[in-house]
Design a protein around this ligand. Structure first.
Ligand SMILES: Cc1cc2nc3c(=O)[nH]c(=O)nc-3n(C[C@H](O)[C@H](O)[C@H](O)COP(=O)(O)OP(=O)(O)OC[C@H]3O[C@@H](n4cnc5c(N)ncnc54)[C@H](O)[C@@H]3O)c2cc1C
Length: 327
Protein backbone atom coordinates (compact mmCIF):
# COMPACT_ATOMS: atom_id res chain seq x y z
CA UNK A 1 0.00 0.00 0.00
CA UNK A 2 1.35 3.34 -0.99
CA UNK A 3 1.14 5.40 2.14
CA UNK A 4 0.40 8.47 0.05
CA UNK A 5 -2.96 6.89 -0.68
CA UNK A 6 -3.94 6.71 2.96
CA UNK A 7 -7.48 7.92 3.51
CA UNK A 8 -6.67 10.24 6.36
CA UNK A 9 -8.88 12.54 8.26
CA UNK A 10 -6.00 13.64 10.41
CA UNK A 11 -2.60 12.27 9.67
CA UNK A 12 0.03 12.15 12.35
CA UNK A 13 3.46 12.35 10.87
CA UNK A 14 5.88 9.54 11.36
CA UNK A 15 8.64 10.45 13.73
CA UNK A 16 11.37 8.92 15.76
CA UNK A 17 10.04 11.01 18.62
CA UNK A 18 6.87 10.18 20.42
CA UNK A 19 4.52 11.19 17.67
CA UNK A 20 1.63 11.70 20.01
CA UNK A 21 3.40 14.66 21.45
CA UNK A 22 3.04 16.12 17.98
CA UNK A 23 -0.71 15.62 18.02
CA UNK A 24 -2.00 16.93 21.32
CA UNK A 25 -5.61 16.62 20.18
CA UNK A 26 -5.52 12.85 20.07
CA UNK A 27 -8.50 11.52 21.94
CA UNK A 28 -10.33 8.28 21.37
CA UNK A 29 -14.02 8.44 20.82
CA UNK A 30 -14.26 5.22 22.82
CA UNK A 31 -14.37 4.83 26.56
CA UNK A 32 -10.79 3.58 26.40
CA UNK A 33 -8.53 6.59 26.41
CA UNK A 34 -4.81 6.64 25.95
CA UNK A 35 -2.85 9.81 26.20
CA UNK A 36 0.31 8.40 24.78
CA UNK A 37 1.11 5.80 22.20
CA UNK A 38 4.59 4.33 21.93
CA UNK A 39 7.17 6.13 19.80
CA UNK A 40 7.30 4.38 16.45
CA UNK A 41 8.95 4.69 13.04
CA UNK A 42 5.80 3.76 11.14
CA UNK A 43 2.71 5.85 10.52
CA UNK A 44 -0.07 6.59 12.96
CA UNK A 45 -3.35 8.03 11.71
CA UNK A 46 -6.14 9.03 14.01
CA UNK A 47 -9.80 8.77 13.09
CA UNK A 48 -8.69 6.85 10.02
CA UNK A 49 -11.36 5.83 7.53
CA UNK A 50 -11.32 2.05 7.18
CA UNK A 51 -13.88 1.71 4.37
CA UNK A 52 -11.25 2.13 1.62
CA UNK A 53 -9.29 -0.72 3.21
CA UNK A 54 -12.16 -3.19 2.88
CA UNK A 55 -13.73 -4.86 -0.11
CA UNK A 56 -17.23 -3.82 1.01
CA UNK A 57 -16.11 -0.17 1.15
CA UNK A 58 -18.29 0.51 4.20
CA UNK A 59 -17.83 1.22 7.89
CA UNK A 60 -16.69 3.93 10.24
CA UNK A 61 -13.19 5.04 11.21
CA UNK A 62 -10.65 3.42 13.47
CA UNK A 63 -9.79 5.47 16.54
CA UNK A 64 -6.18 4.92 15.52
CA UNK A 65 -4.59 3.22 12.52
CA UNK A 66 -1.00 2.06 12.89
CA UNK A 67 1.13 1.13 9.88
CA UNK A 68 4.31 -0.35 11.35
CA UNK A 69 7.54 0.18 9.48
CA UNK A 70 8.75 -3.34 10.17
CA UNK A 71 8.55 -6.16 12.71
CA UNK A 72 10.78 -4.42 15.27
CA UNK A 73 8.58 -1.33 15.04
CA UNK A 74 5.46 -3.43 15.59
CA UNK A 75 7.09 -5.14 18.58
CA UNK A 76 7.99 -1.78 20.12
CA UNK A 77 4.41 -0.60 19.68
CA UNK A 78 2.89 -3.71 21.24
CA UNK A 79 5.34 -3.62 24.15
CA UNK A 80 4.49 -0.01 24.85
CA UNK A 81 0.74 0.16 24.39
CA UNK A 82 -1.71 -0.05 27.28
CA UNK A 83 -2.94 -3.68 27.34
CA UNK A 84 -6.50 -2.37 27.82
CA UNK A 85 -6.54 -0.80 24.34
CA UNK A 86 -8.01 -3.16 21.75
CA UNK A 87 -5.63 -3.91 18.88
CA UNK A 88 -7.13 -5.29 15.67
CA UNK A 89 -4.96 -6.45 12.77
CA UNK A 90 -6.47 -6.29 9.30
CA UNK A 91 -5.29 -7.57 5.95
CA UNK A 92 -6.93 -6.31 2.77
CA UNK A 93 -10.40 -6.53 4.32
CA UNK A 94 -11.73 -9.19 1.96
CA UNK A 95 -13.47 -10.98 4.80
CA UNK A 96 -14.37 -8.00 6.96
CA UNK A 97 -17.49 -5.98 7.59
CA UNK A 98 -16.52 -2.92 9.60
CA UNK A 99 -19.61 -1.52 11.29
CA UNK A 100 -20.74 2.08 10.76
CA UNK A 101 -19.68 3.24 14.24
CA UNK A 102 -16.04 2.43 13.49
CA UNK A 103 -13.52 0.55 15.53
CA UNK A 104 -12.39 1.11 19.08
CA UNK A 105 -8.68 1.23 19.78
CA UNK A 106 -5.91 0.57 17.29
CA UNK A 107 -6.12 -1.08 13.88
CA UNK A 108 -2.81 -2.48 12.62
CA UNK A 109 -2.20 -2.88 8.92
CA UNK A 110 1.04 -4.43 7.76
CA UNK A 111 2.84 -2.98 4.74
CA UNK A 112 5.45 -3.92 2.19
CA UNK A 113 8.14 -4.83 4.72
CA UNK A 114 5.89 -7.72 5.74
CA UNK A 115 5.19 -8.86 2.17
CA UNK A 116 8.28 -10.89 1.33
CA UNK A 117 7.69 -14.19 -0.53
CA UNK A 118 10.58 -16.59 -0.88
CA UNK A 119 10.92 -20.12 -2.22
CA UNK A 120 13.22 -22.28 -0.10
CA UNK A 121 14.70 -25.76 -0.24
CA UNK A 122 12.51 -28.86 0.18
CA UNK A 123 9.55 -27.29 -1.64
CA UNK A 124 9.06 -24.76 1.13
CA UNK A 125 7.82 -21.20 0.78
CA UNK A 126 8.12 -18.42 3.32
CA UNK A 127 5.54 -15.66 3.03
CA UNK A 128 5.17 -12.47 5.03
CA UNK A 129 1.72 -11.81 6.46
CA UNK A 130 1.08 -8.84 4.16
CA UNK A 131 1.85 -10.84 1.00
CA UNK A 132 -1.17 -11.50 -1.17
CA UNK A 133 -2.21 -15.14 -1.34
CA UNK A 134 -2.23 -14.91 -5.14
CA UNK A 135 1.41 -13.80 -5.13
CA UNK A 136 2.36 -16.76 -2.97
CA UNK A 137 0.59 -19.08 -5.42
CA UNK A 138 2.50 -17.51 -8.30
CA UNK A 139 5.90 -17.85 -6.63
CA UNK A 140 5.10 -21.47 -5.76
CA UNK A 141 4.17 -22.14 -9.40
CA UNK A 142 7.31 -20.45 -10.72
CA UNK A 143 9.37 -22.75 -8.51
CA UNK A 144 7.50 -25.94 -9.38
CA UNK A 145 5.98 -26.26 -5.91
CA UNK A 146 2.54 -27.87 -5.99
CA UNK A 147 -0.15 -27.56 -3.35
CA UNK A 148 -0.56 -23.80 -3.07
CA UNK A 149 -2.44 -23.26 -6.34
CA UNK A 150 -5.67 -22.67 -4.43
CA UNK A 151 -4.26 -19.42 -3.01
CA UNK A 152 -4.74 -17.96 -6.49
CA UNK A 153 -8.46 -18.07 -5.71
CA UNK A 154 -8.37 -16.25 -2.37
CA UNK A 155 -8.08 -12.46 -2.66
CA UNK A 156 -6.65 -11.84 0.81
CA UNK A 157 -3.28 -11.65 2.53
CA UNK A 158 -1.37 -14.43 4.22
CA UNK A 159 -2.29 -12.93 7.64
CA UNK A 160 -5.99 -13.28 6.83
CA UNK A 161 -5.45 -16.75 5.34
CA UNK A 162 -3.65 -17.99 8.47
CA UNK A 163 -6.49 -16.78 10.69
CA UNK A 164 -9.34 -17.94 8.44
CA UNK A 165 -7.80 -21.23 7.32
CA UNK A 166 -8.59 -19.86 3.88
CA UNK A 167 -9.17 -22.33 1.11
CA UNK A 168 -11.06 -23.21 -2.03
CA UNK A 169 -11.70 -26.05 -4.46
CA UNK A 170 -10.88 -28.73 -1.91
CA UNK A 171 -7.66 -27.31 -0.44
CA UNK A 172 -7.12 -25.26 2.70
CA UNK A 173 -4.31 -23.42 4.45
CA UNK A 174 -4.02 -26.25 6.96
CA UNK A 175 -2.98 -28.64 4.15
CA UNK A 176 0.24 -26.74 3.42
CA UNK A 177 1.12 -24.68 6.49
CA UNK A 178 4.19 -25.82 8.42
CA UNK A 179 4.25 -23.08 11.05
CA UNK A 180 3.11 -19.52 11.58
CA UNK A 181 5.02 -16.62 13.12
CA UNK A 182 3.35 -13.93 15.19
CA UNK A 183 3.82 -11.23 17.78
CA UNK A 184 1.72 -11.45 20.91
CA UNK A 185 0.26 -8.50 22.80
CA UNK A 186 3.51 -8.20 24.77
CA UNK A 187 5.40 -7.77 21.49
CA UNK A 188 7.13 -11.15 21.80
CA UNK A 189 7.69 -13.30 18.72
CA UNK A 190 6.00 -16.68 18.89
CA UNK A 191 6.11 -19.65 16.52
CA UNK A 192 2.98 -21.76 16.20
CA UNK A 193 3.08 -25.28 14.83
CA UNK A 194 0.29 -26.49 12.57
CA UNK A 195 -1.19 -28.42 15.51
CA UNK A 196 -1.21 -25.28 17.67
CA UNK A 197 -3.32 -23.47 15.07
CA UNK A 198 -6.33 -25.67 15.96
CA UNK A 199 -7.60 -25.47 12.41
CA UNK A 200 -11.14 -26.33 11.43
CA UNK A 201 -13.33 -25.11 8.56
CA UNK A 202 -12.61 -21.36 8.29
CA UNK A 203 -11.42 -21.36 11.89
CA UNK A 204 -8.18 -21.14 13.88
CA UNK A 205 -7.83 -21.19 17.67
CA UNK A 206 -5.16 -18.65 18.68
CA UNK A 207 -6.34 -15.21 19.74
CA UNK A 208 -4.68 -11.84 20.30
CA UNK A 209 -1.81 -12.42 17.90
CA UNK A 210 -0.56 -10.43 14.96
CA UNK A 211 0.81 -12.83 12.38
CA UNK A 212 3.93 -11.64 10.62
CA UNK A 213 4.56 -14.61 8.35
CA UNK A 214 4.21 -18.31 7.69
CA UNK A 215 6.17 -21.23 6.33
CA UNK A 216 4.49 -23.57 3.86
CA UNK A 217 5.50 -26.87 2.33
CA UNK A 218 4.24 -28.23 -0.96
CA UNK A 219 5.39 -31.04 -3.21
CA UNK A 220 7.58 -31.03 -6.30
CA UNK A 221 5.96 -30.80 -9.74
CA UNK A 222 6.72 -29.20 -13.06
CA UNK A 223 6.28 -25.44 -13.42
CA UNK A 224 3.90 -26.08 -16.36
CA UNK A 225 1.60 -28.42 -14.45
CA UNK A 226 1.34 -26.17 -11.39
CA UNK A 227 0.77 -23.09 -13.56
CA UNK A 228 -1.94 -24.85 -15.53
CA UNK A 229 -3.85 -25.80 -12.38
CA UNK A 230 -3.45 -22.29 -11.00
CA UNK A 231 -4.76 -20.73 -14.22
CA UNK A 232 -7.74 -23.08 -14.16
CA UNK A 233 -8.63 -21.73 -10.71
CA UNK A 234 -8.41 -18.15 -12.00
CA UNK A 235 -10.69 -18.96 -14.92
CA UNK A 236 -13.20 -20.81 -12.76
CA UNK A 237 -13.53 -17.93 -10.33
CA UNK A 238 -14.07 -15.41 -13.10
CA UNK A 239 -17.24 -17.19 -14.17
CA UNK A 240 -18.67 -18.28 -10.83
CA UNK A 241 -17.99 -15.41 -8.41
CA UNK A 242 -18.74 -11.67 -8.49
CA UNK A 243 -15.07 -10.85 -7.97
CA UNK A 244 -15.31 -7.30 -9.29
CA UNK A 245 -18.08 -6.29 -6.89
CA UNK A 246 -17.87 -4.79 -3.42
CA UNK A 247 -18.23 -8.06 -1.57
CA UNK A 248 -16.81 -10.03 1.33
CA UNK A 249 -16.73 -13.42 -0.38
CA UNK A 250 -18.81 -16.19 1.17
CA UNK A 251 -21.14 -14.62 3.71
CA UNK A 252 -21.98 -17.79 5.61
CA UNK A 253 -20.11 -21.01 6.27
CA UNK A 254 -21.62 -24.08 4.63
CA UNK A 255 -23.62 -25.88 7.31
CA UNK A 256 -22.77 -29.58 7.64
CA UNK A 257 -24.37 -31.36 4.69
CA UNK A 258 -25.69 -28.17 3.05
CA UNK A 259 -24.55 -25.39 0.73
CA UNK A 260 -25.08 -21.92 2.14
CA UNK A 261 -25.77 -20.49 -1.33
CA UNK A 262 -28.58 -22.99 -1.92
CA UNK A 263 -30.24 -22.08 1.38
CA UNK A 264 -30.02 -18.35 0.60
CA UNK A 265 -31.38 -19.03 -2.88
CA UNK A 266 -34.21 -21.28 -1.71
CA UNK A 267 -35.17 -18.73 0.92
CA UNK A 268 -35.75 -16.33 -2.00
CA UNK A 269 -32.90 -13.91 -1.35
CA UNK A 270 -30.78 -14.27 -4.50
CA UNK A 271 -30.64 -10.78 -6.01
CA UNK A 272 -33.24 -9.31 -3.61
CA UNK A 273 -32.44 -5.85 -2.20
CA UNK A 274 -32.20 -4.82 1.46
CA UNK A 275 -31.30 -1.12 1.58
CA UNK A 276 -28.24 -0.80 -0.63
CA UNK A 277 -27.28 -4.43 -0.06
CA UNK A 278 -28.19 -7.67 -1.80
CA UNK A 279 -27.04 -11.22 -2.36
CA UNK A 280 -25.39 -11.69 -5.74
CA UNK A 281 -27.35 -13.09 -8.66
CA UNK A 282 -24.17 -14.92 -9.75
CA UNK A 283 -23.33 -16.51 -6.39
CA UNK A 284 -26.14 -16.45 -3.84
CA UNK A 285 -23.80 -16.69 -0.81
CA UNK A 286 -21.91 -13.52 -1.83
CA UNK A 287 -23.35 -10.37 -0.31
CA UNK A 288 -22.80 -7.19 -2.29
CA UNK A 289 -22.72 -3.50 -1.55
CA UNK A 290 -24.84 -2.80 -4.61
CA UNK A 291 -25.81 0.83 -4.09
CA UNK A 292 -24.19 2.86 -1.32
CA UNK A 293 -25.04 0.29 1.33
CA UNK A 294 -24.20 0.95 4.94
CA UNK A 295 -22.64 -1.70 7.13
CA UNK A 296 -26.03 -1.84 8.88
CA UNK A 297 -27.72 -2.68 5.53
CA UNK A 298 -25.25 -5.50 4.91
CA UNK A 299 -25.39 -6.96 8.40
CA UNK A 300 -29.18 -6.47 8.51
CA UNK A 301 -29.53 -8.37 5.24
CA UNK A 302 -27.36 -11.20 6.52
CA UNK A 303 -29.22 -11.48 9.81
CA UNK A 304 -32.61 -11.34 8.07
CA UNK A 305 -31.62 -14.17 5.77
CA UNK A 306 -30.26 -16.21 8.68
CA UNK A 307 -33.58 -15.82 10.50
CA UNK A 308 -35.59 -16.82 7.42
CA UNK A 309 -33.43 -19.84 6.69
CA UNK A 310 -33.81 -20.95 10.29
CA UNK A 311 -37.57 -20.47 10.16
CA UNK A 312 -38.08 -22.15 6.78
CA UNK A 313 -35.55 -24.97 6.96
CA UNK A 314 -34.59 -25.22 10.65
CA UNK A 315 -30.91 -24.75 9.72
CA UNK A 316 -28.50 -22.35 11.45
CA UNK A 317 -26.34 -20.26 9.14
CA UNK A 318 -23.14 -19.00 10.76
CA UNK A 319 -21.36 -15.90 9.51
CA UNK A 320 -18.04 -16.51 7.75
CA UNK A 321 -17.53 -12.77 7.32
CA UNK A 322 -16.02 -11.17 10.42
CA UNK A 323 -18.17 -8.28 11.60
CA UNK A 324 -16.22 -5.88 13.78
CA UNK A 325 -16.71 -2.50 15.41
CA UNK A 326 -19.40 -0.34 16.94
CA UNK A 327 -22.94 -0.32 15.51
C1 LIG B 1 -14.33 -12.07 -4.07
C2 LIG B 1 -13.92 -12.85 -2.85
C3 LIG B 1 -13.68 -14.20 -2.93
C4 LIG B 1 -13.28 -14.93 -1.81
N1 LIG B 1 -13.06 -16.26 -1.95
C5 LIG B 1 -12.60 -16.96 -0.89
C6 LIG B 1 -12.30 -18.35 -1.00
O1 LIG B 1 -12.43 -18.94 -2.07
N2 LIG B 1 -11.85 -19.00 0.08
C7 LIG B 1 -11.69 -18.38 1.29
O2 LIG B 1 -11.26 -19.02 2.25
N3 LIG B 1 -11.99 -17.08 1.43
C8 LIG B 1 -12.43 -16.35 0.39
N4 LIG B 1 -12.72 -15.04 0.54
C9 LIG B 1 -12.60 -14.40 1.87
C10 LIG B 1 -11.23 -13.79 2.16
O3 LIG B 1 -10.53 -13.50 0.97
C11 LIG B 1 -10.38 -14.69 3.04
O4 LIG B 1 -11.00 -14.94 4.28
C12 LIG B 1 -8.99 -14.08 3.30
O5 LIG B 1 -8.19 -15.05 3.93
C13 LIG B 1 -9.04 -12.83 4.16
O6 LIG B 1 -7.77 -12.21 4.11
P1 LIG B 1 -7.62 -10.65 4.34
O7 LIG B 1 -6.19 -10.32 4.25
O8 LIG B 1 -8.53 -9.90 3.45
O9 LIG B 1 -8.11 -10.54 5.85
P2 LIG B 1 -9.14 -9.51 6.47
O10 LIG B 1 -10.46 -9.66 5.81
O11 LIG B 1 -8.55 -8.16 6.50
O12 LIG B 1 -9.23 -10.08 7.96
C14 LIG B 1 -9.82 -11.35 8.18
C15 LIG B 1 -9.50 -11.79 9.61
O13 LIG B 1 -8.10 -12.03 9.70
C16 LIG B 1 -7.52 -11.22 10.73
N5 LIG B 1 -6.19 -10.84 10.28
C17 LIG B 1 -5.82 -10.32 9.08
N6 LIG B 1 -4.48 -10.16 9.02
C18 LIG B 1 -3.99 -10.58 10.22
C19 LIG B 1 -2.69 -10.66 10.79
N7 LIG B 1 -1.60 -10.28 10.12
N8 LIG B 1 -2.58 -11.15 12.04
C20 LIG B 1 -3.66 -11.54 12.74
N9 LIG B 1 -4.90 -11.48 12.27
C21 LIG B 1 -5.07 -11.00 11.02
C22 LIG B 1 -8.47 -10.05 10.91
O14 LIG B 1 -8.39 -9.50 12.21
C23 LIG B 1 -9.81 -10.72 10.66
O15 LIG B 1 -10.25 -11.39 11.81
C24 LIG B 1 -13.14 -14.28 -0.56
C25 LIG B 1 -13.36 -12.91 -0.48
C26 LIG B 1 -13.74 -12.19 -1.59
C27 LIG B 1 -13.98 -10.72 -1.47
Amino acid sequence: MDLKLLPTSTQVKSSSNNNLLESPNLTFSSTICTDTLPAVRGKIVKQAELAPFTWFRVGGPADVLFLPEDEADLATFLKGIDPAVPVTPIGVGSNLLVRDGGLEGVVVRLGRNFAQVEARANNEIYAGAAALDAQVAKVAAQNGIAGLEFYRGVPGTIGGAIVMNAGCYGAETKDVLVEAYALNRAGERVTLSLAEMGYAYRHSDPQDLIYVGALYRGTADTVEAVTERMDAITARRETTQPIREKTGGSTFKNPEGHSAWKLVDEAGWRGKRFGGAKFSELHANFMINADNATAADLEGLGDTVRAEVKQKFGIDLHWEIKRIGRR
